[in-house]
Design a binder for this molecule. Structure first.
Ligand code: UDP
Length: 241
């Protein structure tokens, strides 16, 4: 590995579930603390970090509306966006406890709680060394925070989308069900689409493909992988053209 920093700016996608105990819901201070410590080390390497946080530990619009006949699907997606705001505030304090300087920027204006996402302002925070936590996805229903991560990576001119998961990368099949599933080190966007691999949602893949933005899928539960991923070391699966 080279000591030279490979990425100057990254978008780190954390699912809501990464903030909960394994398989759990809600927020775990143990998990939040572990992630915050890793992010601090990654930030100390000199990389600018924007974090997009999901809300699946609280509510996902599509599945909630499927199970609740009283709530329209669009409404459920707005509820999901609010879940990401809850997670973002929790992550903000977890990071600031460690002495980091952060800003939460919400795609849905909520002036008492967070700044509103404004691209040029976000860039200014990043250039000043603040960790920017992007809440409420892109602020529109019917998409997920994977799409938000891709979208923000493009507009903030990040070098890469780092997708943190609980598995080591992208496998040919579900490694928990098929012992012969193989882990891919690299994939092209076309392979992801053709093999219908579950990496990020299709909109996110399409956005990254169209603009040549690489995606790295890695296991954040292995201690130190966030730092390695940010330094451009080979962790997990790298998806590019
Ligand atoms: N969501 C949305 N628009 C966005 C981002 C998120 O409507 O731009 C909603 C959507 O319903 C989604 C929920 O917020 O299911 C929570 O986000 P996500 O499912 O991406 O969370 P994760 O799976 O990463 O925890």
């Amino acid at each position: 590995a080279s000591s030279e920093l490979r990425y100057k700016r990254v978008v780190l996608k954390l699912s809501g579930e990464s903030l909960a105990d394994a398989g759990g819901r809600g927020l775990s201070s143990q998990e939040m603390g572990d992630i915050a410590r890793q992010i601090k080390l990654a930030h100390e390497s000199g990389c600018q970090i924007a974090i997009v946080i999901g809300g699946g530990n609280i509510l996902r619009g599509a599945s909630f509306s499927g199970s609740n006949a009283l709530v329209q699907e669009a409404t459920a997606h707005y509820m999901g966006m609010l879940a990401t705001v809850i997670n973002s505030l929790a992550m903000q304090d977890s990071l600031e406890t460690l002495g980091l300087s952060t800003r939460v920027m919400s795609a849905v204006p909520m002036e008492k709680i967070a700044e509103t996402f404004i691209r040029r302002r976000a860039l200014r925070h990043l250039n000043k060394g603040r960790i920017v936590i992007l809440a409420a996805g892109i602020g529109n229903p019917f998409v997920t925070t994977d799409t938000a991560a891709a979208q923000r990576a493009l507009e903030l001119d990040a070098d890469v989308v780092l997708k943190a998961t609980r598995v080591d990368g992208v496998y040919s099949d579900d490694p928990e069900k098929n012992p012969h599933a193989v882990l891919y080190e690299t994939l092209t966007y076309d392979q992801v689409t053709e093999k219908k691999l579950r990496v990020m949602d299709a909109t996110a893949i399409a956005l990254c493909q169209e603009h040549g933005k690489p995606i790295v899928v890695f296991n954040f539960k292995r201690d130190g992988t966030i730092v390695k991923a940010v330094s451009g070391e080979n962790v997990g699966t790298c998806i590019s053209a």
